[in-house]
Design a protein. Structure first.
Length: 390
């Protein structure tokens, strides 16, 4: 009790007169009031008691080793939240406005210009920025001190080493980065997290320390005595984290989809090269067979007369050498050889059941030939098929 007859409520910490029977803020009974003394033995004594301590009001509980302190140096929590949420939403608005003025009217255009990736990076940046401010407030430091370069390292050094000047070492290359990791390790331990995990996964653990329920040495700092402060601060952090996580996940999924599609294009390009090599190999083999008269057509010797000759291979890799054949699907190939005045022209059809191309002159096969082509369109069984002798 203060000299002026004031006491603090054991439930919410609100100031009340010593002769009041109950707290006007939360309705908690005053155990010192004469009318309440007879009732106290029947009331479980599991409530917390407030008393004046360093930094303001100290909440001591029997069940939990947690103290709630009035942060006399942390700044206004609500002001910090509003500034960060407005800056974050404003940044997202600028990104969408830039997309709008550049006439990206379709989702595909928006994704292809990497806007989702930009949104994801910006969202994580603000999550990290806000996390540093939350950590600063959890340590009873001004919220904006957590984002001031160098000065925030000095404050971190003061918290973990009790000497802020060590923080200046962080500007020294290599040595400074090692010291910063050591400080993150020690800070993680004081927040009751695994220090090594905080070092290895610091991009994740910094937001966890900021948004999580853990506090520095079990001390929870509040900027005012109010029974609902912790609940309100939790709701503000949850709102910010939900908005940021939504855009981070949206950006990640969109970026992954873009990468997946580009990977599909890369696969298609690799297929182009693969099919071009396969075409060259079979054309070379047939040419050599023609020149050496190693061709037979349904058991009849090849006589190089003008006309069309047909070759079919259900698995081309078994007849000619194709690099990385075992790593790819088997290629079904149908080749029409047209001989005019003893000059052969090769028309090739290929498919692996997914990609391929319809009949194309060998010389015209290029990097844009391969497409979605899942089966041969010709009935090879209706032709007199030829083959090259081994």
């Amino acid at each position: 009790m203060n000299n002026d007859g004031k006491i603090y409520c054991s439930r919410c910490g609100a100031e009340m007169n010593s002769n009041s029977r109950y707290c006007m803020n939360c309705g908690n009974l005053n155990p010192e009031h004469e009318a309440n003394k007879n009732m106290m033995p029947y009331i479980q004594s599991n409530q917390a008691s407030y008393n004046i301590g360093q930094g303001g009001v100290n909440l001591n509980t029997n069940k939990h080793s947690t103290s709630v302190l009035i942060g006399n140096n942390m700044g206004n929590f609500t002001l910090c939240f509003l500034i960060n949420i407005f800056l974050y939403i404003g940044s997202l608005g600028l990104i969408f406005y830039h997309a709008y003025i550049n006439n990206f009217k379709t989702v595909s255009d928006f994704i292809n210009m990497h806007y989702p990736l930009i949104i994801m990076v910006v969202s994580y940046f603000y999550v990290l920025l806000y996390s540093l401010q939350l950590i600063a407030m959890k340590c009873n430091r001004k919220w904006y001190s957590g984002i001031i370069p160098i000065y925030n390292c000095m404050l971190l050094s003061e918290i973990v080493f009790k000497n802020k000047w060590f923080g200046l070492i962080t500007v020294i290359p290599i040595i400074g980065q090692i010291l910063l990791l050591v400080m993150i390790y020690k800070l993680g331990i004081r927040f009751k997290y695994n220090g090594l995990l905080c070092v290895l996964l610091f991009p994740i653990m910094i937001p966890v320390m900021g948004f999580g329920s853990h506090s520095l040495d079990g001390n929870i700092y509040v900027d005012k005595v109010e029974s609902t402060f912790l609940e309100k601060s939790y709701k503000k952090k949850r709102l910010f984290s939900k908005v940021a996580c939504f855009f981070i996940v949206l950006g990640f999924v969109s970026t992954f989809w873009t990468y997946f599609m580009s990977l599909g294009n890369d696969v298609k390009k690799s297929k182009n090269v693969y099919y071009k090599i396969a075409s060259k190999q079979i054309v070379t083999k047939i040419k050599n067979g023609i020149n050496r008269s190693f061709i037979s057509c349904d058991g009849v010797s090849f006589n190089k007369e003008n006309g069309d000759y047909y070759f079919y291979y259900p698995d081309l890799g078994k007849r000619v050498f194709i690099p990385f054949y075992l790593m790819n699907d088997s290629i079904e190939a149908f080749i029409r050889v047209n001989i005019t005045n003893s000059k052969p022209s090769f028309y090739i059809t290929m498919t692996d059941g997914t990609y391929g191309f319809d009949e194309t002159l060998y010389e015209n096969i290029n990097n844009n030939t391969v497409k979605k082509f899942d089966r041969l369109l010709v009935d090879y069984k209706s032709f007199n098929l030829c083959d090259v002798g081994k």
